[in-house]
Design a protein around this ligand. Structure first.
Ligand code: NDP
Ligand code: 2IT
Length: 456
């Protein structure tokens, strides 16, 4: 017992020291530090059990990206004025397969955001059981302010540089905030033109008109709800007759709402970065889809067609509405400890992270301390990248699977991720802590592959 405690203390010291080094080497990158801290905190018992990971400096190697590319993205706007944005791609870890992960176009994008997303993607992708490494990219370009032709010219300039670094067996980007099938189309067209070859598998999230997978658009939102349903079932609950809040009104949010409704839930609120709508009778998803997917309008417009709904300007206040299940599906750090407290006081039973790192570390601990069921992002939103990997498989084999086939594979993957995360949390003495369980499963897969491949 004494020895074990000493060992745990030594390992804790090593991990703390490494964390301080990460902060020192990557100053001012608070989101990246947060993502690293969450994973490190989960890994102490694994490192105590497997000193080889420390000896071989697996963690020291993991926190350092294999490659981090930044580049200039010049383009000409509709007024003929030259604009300059920043492009990023982090090729974080390729132990399990080609780098894989989305592209985010949002004015807040910087190296901290890209590195936090890329670091998390390593473990998320490992959890899926598919042969994909971890990567992420994007730009501080804001598509919201831009015409279609401006978006096209931006994407072409972005890809002119990115094309030198990606390929179906090298690095396979996809969508994320601000990047959907339209942007992927412009990016794919430019890649094809530069390479002079039709390499379908270089990007995922493509339109089904030319090599995309059925079910990819729905995959992240559906996958989150499948995962949360597993977690609820395990505790004798389900989405049926529950009230649900889903933040955001983008790709992940819309399909999380759709699946929750299909399972019998009433979704009473959703949002965008300006504010949220509350519709006590249940949100009309067709209106949200038209406003957001087709007309690209603000969520506020919803109340014009549905006067029974109300609009509120502060999007963070969405968490003060009482609900059974909360699905944060917009962006990082959207639930802080004060929002967590409000949700708990109002009787929330489960949280499912559709977005990446939507809950602060303090808020996660608040939920865990109060025994609220908590489905962490790396596990709960892994459905998107899982179906991306299925898209890569279909592209390689030159086949396309039916929507039913893809959906059934997605369900199986989400169930497996849940089971493995739960079982691992039990094995490591933190039963039901899926944050720790998911981090450990993902980490061990990557660590073992790194050990097998030597010091590279
Ligand atoms: P979209 O661009 O389709 O939608 C994003 C939504 O979040 C919009 O409603 C947007 O509102 C809102 N939002 C963005 N930034 C902020 C902010 N700073 N504050 C409040 N709301 C904000 O993106 P996705 O749905 O694809 O992505 C949502 C989340 O899910 C992200 O965290 C992403 O990393 C994650 N994710 C996405 C996957 C995918 O397959 N697409 C897979 C796994 C995770 P507004 O229109 O006002 O900007
Ligand atoms: O965060 C994510 O997992 C994504 N944005 C999807 C990545 C992908 O390659 O489909």
């Amino acid at each position: 017992m004494y020895e074990l405690e000493t060992e745990t203390e030594n390992v804790s010291n090593y991990v703390n020291h490494l964390y301080e080094m990460v902060k020192h080497r990557n100053p001012h990158e608070s989101e990246f530090h947060q993502a690293v801290k969450e994973v490190f905190d989960s890994l102490i018992p694994v490192l105590v059990k497997n000193p080889i990971y420390i000896k071989q400096r697996i963690l020291d190697r993991l926190v350092e990206p294999e490659r981090f590319i930044t580049f200039r993205v010049p383009w000409v706007d509709d007024e003929g004025i030259v604009q300059v944005n920043r492009g990023f791609r982090v090729q974080y870890n390729s132990a399990l397969g080609p780098y894989k992960g989305g592209l985010r176009f949002h004015p807040s994008v910087n190296s901290s955001i890209i590195k936090f997303l890329g670091f998390e993607q390593i473990f998320k992708n490992a959890l899926t059981g598919q042969p994909i490494g971890g990567g992420k990219g994007g730009s501080d370009f804001d598509p919201k302010e831009r015409s279609d032709m401006e978006i096209m010219r931006f994407c072409q300039s972005f890809m002119t540089e990115l094309s030198m670094h990606i390929g179906p067996n090298i690095d396979v980007p996809a969508g994320d905030i601000g990047v959907g099938a339209k942007e992927i189309g412009y990016l794919f067209g430019q890649y094809k033109k530069i390479r002079g070859a039709y390499e379908s598998g270089v990007l995922t999230g493509k339109s089904i008109l030319y090599g995309g997978s059925l079910g990819r658009k729905e995959a992240t939102g559906y996958g989150t709800v499948y995962f949360v349903e597993e977690m609820l079932n395990q505790h004798g609950m389900s989405f049926e007759n529950s009230t649900v809040i889903v933040s955001g009104s983008g790709n992940v949010s819309i399909y999380a709402m759709e699946k929750a409704m299909q399972l019998g839930a009433t979704v009473i609120a959703c949002s965008d970065s300006n504010g949220y709508i509350y519709d006590p009778n249940g949100i009309n998803l067709e209106t949200v889809k038209r406003l957001k997917e087709v007309e690209r309008k603000r969520i506020e417009e919803y109340t014009c067609e549905h006067p029974e709904a109300t609009y509120h300007q502060n999007c963070e206040e969405i968490w003060s509405i009482p609900c059974d299940i909360a699905l944060p599906c917009a962006t990082q750090n959207e639930i802080n400890s004060s929002s967590a407290q409000k949700l708990i006081v109002n009787g929330v039973k489960a949280i499912g992270e559709g977005a990446n790192m939507p809950t602060t570390l303090e808020a996660i601990n608040t939920f865990l301390d109060h025994k609220i069921l908590f489905a962490p992002a790396k596990a709960a939103n892994a459905g998107g990248v899982s179906v991306s990997a299925l898209e890569m498989a279909q592209n390689s084999a030159r086949v396309s699977w039916s929507a039913e086939e893809v959906d059934s594979k997605l369900r199986t993957i989400m169930k497996d991720i849940y089971k493995q995360s739960l079982n691992t949390s039990i094995d490591y003495g933190v039963p039901g802590n899926l944050v720790a369980g998911a981090n450990i499963v993902g980490f061990v897969r990557v660590a073992e592959a790194m050990l097998a491949q030597g010091v590279i």
